[in-house]
Design a protein around this ligand. Structure first.
Ligand code: CA2
Length: 144
């Protein structure tokens, strides 16, 4: 099984600022965490981060026929991007949305998720562990 993990804009800045919201671990710590979760479960992981909406759309399209599941934290594009929503719908790969913070308890503009409309599950507010929950959901779903 192969899983694509996509992280959106500014997540590469993790640990540098706003540790109260996003924790003090770095983006490298996050990729190490995801790689370990996948390796422990015998899953191949592709991890992709971009600050560019079109690059994220391109990566989702490239996943067509190549991966069994997508874990996506679209970051700020969550709340704005119909293009990412449409790309997820176009490839029709089982997808799960993850947010480090509990977006439902933050500003109103973070309550809408376009990408989430194409996702089977959302894990928000669990920090890094949300990625584990998303990966485990996709593994379980794949096995059925
Ligand atoms: O909680 C999440 O995972 C978010 O997707 C993170 C996004 C935010 O726009 C979403 O509403 C919720 C922001 C990601 C980058 O944030 C940083 C900001 C400053 C320093 C380091 C990271």
């Amino acid at each position: 099984m192969r899983i694509l993990v996509i992280n959106g804009p500014n997540l590469n800045m993790l640990g540098i600022r706003e540790p109260g919201i996003y924790g003090s671990d770095s983006y490298a710590d996050l990729t190490t965490f995801i790689e370990k979760v996948c390796a422990d479960r015998g899953v191949e992981a592709d991890i992709f981060q971009s600050n560019h909406e079109g690059a994220i759309v391109d990566r989702i399209q490239a996943a067509y026929g190549a991966v069994d599941g997508i874990v996506i934290n679209p970051a700020a594009y969550t709340h704005t991007s119909v293009a990412i929503l449409d790309a997820l719908k176009a490839v029709s790969i089982p997808a799960v949305e993850v947010h480090l913070s509990d977006v439902s308890k933050r500003e109103d503009f973070r309550h809408i998720s376009y990408a989430g409309m194409a996702c089977e599950r959302t894990y928000a507010g669990y920090g890094f562990d949300g990625y584990r929950l998303a990966i485990e959901y996709l593994i379980e779903r794949h096995g059925k």
